[in-house]
Write a protein of this length. Structure first.
Length: 493
C-alpha cells in the first residue's frame, strides 16, 4: 500500500517523497485513513516505527483549510519532554514544507514572553509539554475553544513521568467535539482509562505487540563477572566494533557523568546527556550528536524514548535497567526504520535480578555474547543467582514463628463472640449501677425519715406478707403511718 492510497494530499505526498519515504510503516497504514476520516485513534506501536508521521501527515491535510485566530490554536500536541516536543516540531516543518501551516512550541525552559508573542499571532499546530501548557492556560494566554484536534504522543512516557493527571486536566478543558489521537509504545491501565473517558469510540490500532524489540536489533548480554571490569570491557567492545554512532545508557545520572569523564580522558569522541543538565545544553548536545560531532552519547533514561537520533548503530546498556520495559525503549534507539543495529547489555553479578525481569518482560532469554567479557562463568552464575534468590526468599521466614492465620469464617465467629462478651459485660455493669442507685435512694430516704425502719430480712418480709397477726407489727404500722410525710401518697392506718 502506498502513501497515495491512504488518502493524503498531493502537497503532503510531495514532501514525504522528497524525504525518501517510499512506503508507509504498519502504524501509518493503520492509522492515517482513520485520522483523515475524523475518528479518534489509539495507536500502539514500538519506538522507531514512525508514529509521528501517523498523526502529523493527516493533521497537515485536515488543518490546511481554515485560519487560526490570536490565542486560539487549532490543534494541540502534547509531548512529555522538551526534546520530544522539539522533535515533533522539526517533523512538522519537514512534512509541512508545501503547506501554509503555522506552528508554535510551548515548552519549559524557554522564554514565556516569546511564547506569548507567538501565540498571539495565531497558530495552527501548538506543540506543548503538559506543565507549560497548564501554566499558559492559567495565565489566560490560550483559548481552548478553537482546538479541533488533540494528540497525546508517547503516552507511556507521560505515565512514567507522572503527567497523566495533567493530561486529563488539559483534555477536560477542550471541547468534547474535538478529535483525539493517542500514541504509545505500551497500553497501560491508565492509558486505557484516558481512552475511555476522553475519546469517542476510538479506533484501536496495534501495529506491534507491546514490549517487543525491533527485529533488526541484534541484542545480547555480555557477562563481566564483577562490576569493576565493566569499563574495560565496554572499551573492548567499542574498540572492536564498527561503530558509527553509539548510545550508552546508565541507570544513574552520577554514573553517566563519571563514565563520560572516563571515556573523555581516554580520548573517545563522547558527549553526555541527563535530566539534571540545563535545557539549552541538552538541546545543543542532541543537535551536536545528530550532526555527527560526537561518536558516543552517554545518557540516562531521559534519552531512552522517542528521541529520533538517526544512525545509531550501537546501544550499550551499561546496567540492566531498573524497569524491565525500559530495556525495549533503550535498545529501540537503534534498528530504527528497518535499519540494522546492535545492542549490548553489560551484566555483572549485581544485575542478574534486573536481567531476569527483562527476560520475563520479553518472554524469552537474552542471548549471551561469547565474544566479550567472561562468558564461561555466565551460566553457572546465573543458576547460582536464581538459587540465591530462591533461598533468600524462603530462608528469612523459615525460623520465624508464623502468626496464626484464621479463615474468614473463623474470624467472623471470633468477632461475634467478642461482641457478645462485651455486651454481657455492659449489661452486668448496668445492673450493678442500677442497684447501687437504688441503694443510695433508700439511704437518702432513711436519712430524710428517721422513723423508717431498716429493711427487714427476706424471711421476715415473707411472714408479714401472709398477714400474720403480731402485736409489735401492728404498733409499728400505726406509728409508721402517723409520721409518714405527705409525699408518700399513702397513709396506712
Ligand atoms: P516513533 O515515534 O514511532 O518512535 P518516529 O516517528 O520518531 O518513530 O520515526 C522514526 C524514524 O523513522 C524517523 O527518522 C522517521 O523519519 C522515519 N520514518 C517514519 N516513517 C517512515 C517511512 N514511512 N519511511 C521511512 N522512514 C520513516
Ligand atoms: Mg514518537
Amino acid at each position: 500500500m502506498s502513501f497515495k492510497e491512504l488518502g493524503l494530499s498531493d502537497l503532503t505526498l510531495k514532501a514525504i517523497t522528497e524525504l525518501g519515504y517510499t512506503e508507509p510503516t504498519p502504524v501509518q497504514k493503520l492509522t492515517i485513513p482513520h485520522v483523515l476520516k475524523g475518528s479518534d485513534v489509539v495507536g500502539i506501536a514500538q519506538t522507531g516505527t514512525g508514529k509521528t508521521a501517523s498523526f502529523a501527515l493527516p493533521m497537515l491535510d485536515i488543518l490546511s483549510s481554515g485560519k487560526a485566530k490570536a490565542r486560539m490554536p487549532r490543534s494541540l500536541i502534547l509531548a512529555p519532554t522538551r526534546e520530544l516536543a522539539t522533535q515533533i516540531g522539526e517533523n512538522f516543518v519537514k512534512y509541512g514544507k508545501y503547506h501554509k501551516i503555522s506552528m508554535a512550541l510551548l515548552i519549559g525552559g524557554e522564554s514565556v514572553a516569546e511564547q506569548k508573542k507567538i501565540l498571539s499571532t495565531g497558530v495552527d499546530v501548538l506543540i506543548a509539554t503538559p506543565g507549560r501548557m497548564i501554566d499558559m492556560f492559567e495565565r489566560g494566554q490560550i483559548i481552548m475553544t478553537g482546538i479541533k484536534m488533540v494528540v497525546i504522543d508517547e503516552a507511556d512516557r507521560m505515565l512514567d513521568m507522572g503527567f497523566i493527571p495533567d493530561v486529563k486536566k488539559i483534555l477536560s478543558w477542550v471541547k468534547t467535539t474535538r478529535q483525539v489521537l493517542l500514541f504509545s509504545a505500551t497500553m497501560d491501565k491508565e492509558i486505557k482509562e484516558i481512552a475511555e473517558k476522553f475519546m469517542t469510540f476510538p479506533k484501536e490500532v496495534f501495529a506491534s505487540s507491546p514490549s517487543t524489540a525491533a527485529k533488526t536489533v541484534n541484542h545480547t548480554v555480555v557477562y563481566t563477572a564483577d562490576a569493576t571490569k565493566k569499563r574495560r570491557i565496554l572499551c573492548d567492545i567499542i574498540n572492536s566494533e564498527d561503530i558509527k554512532n553509539a548510545m550508552i545508557f546508565c541507570n544513574k545520572k552520577r554514573e553517566v557523568s563519571s563514565l563520560y569523564n572516563v571515556l573523555r580522558d581516554k580520548h573517545y569522541s563522547v558527549c553526555q546527556f541527563h535530566g539534571d543538565m540545563n535545557q539549552h545544553i541538552r538541546t545543543a548536545t542532541i543537535e551536536a550528536f545528530k550532526n555527527g560531532d560526537f561518536e558516543l552519547f552517554v545518557c540516562s533514561d531521559a534519552a531512552a524514548r522517542g528521541l529520533d537520533l538517526p544512525d545509531v548503530s550501537h546501544v550499550f546498556l551499561y546496567d540492566a535497567p531498573y524497569k524491565p520495559e525500559d530495556y525495549v525503549h533503550r535498545i529501540g534507539r537503534t534498528g530504527r526504520a528497518g535499519k540494522e543495529g546492535k545492542a549490548f547489555t553489560l551484566i555483572s553479578d549485581d544485575d542478574f535480578k534486573a536481567l531476569a525481569a527483562v527476560e520475563k518482560n520479553l518472554g524469552r532469554p537474552v542471548i549471551l555474547n561469547k565474544d566479550f567479557g567472561d562468558p564461561s562463568l555466565y551460566k553457572e552464575r546465573k543458576v547460582l543467582a536464581a538459587k540465591s534468590k530462591f533461598i533468600s526468599k524462603v530462608n528469612p521466614n523459615k525460623h520465624k514463628p508464623k502468626p496464626p492465620t484464621l479463615s474468614k469464617l473463623e474470624r467472623e465467629n471470633k468477632e461475634k463472640e467478642e461482641k457478645l462478651r462485651k455486651e454481657e459485660l455492659f449489661r452486668a455493669e448496668e445492673q450493678r449501677l442500677m442497684s447501687e442507685r437504688r441503694r443510695q435512694e433508700q439511704r437518702q430516704l432513711r436519712e430524710a425519715n428517721p422513723y423508717m425502719s431498716p429493711r427487714r430480712p427476706a424471711a421476715d418480709q415473707h411472714k408479714h406478707k401472709k398477714g400474720a397477726s403480731d402485736k409489735g407489727r401492728t404498733k409499728d404500722k400505726v406509728a409508721f403511718g402517723e409520721h409518714m410525710p405527705a409525699f408518700f401518697g399513702i397513709k396506712i392506718k
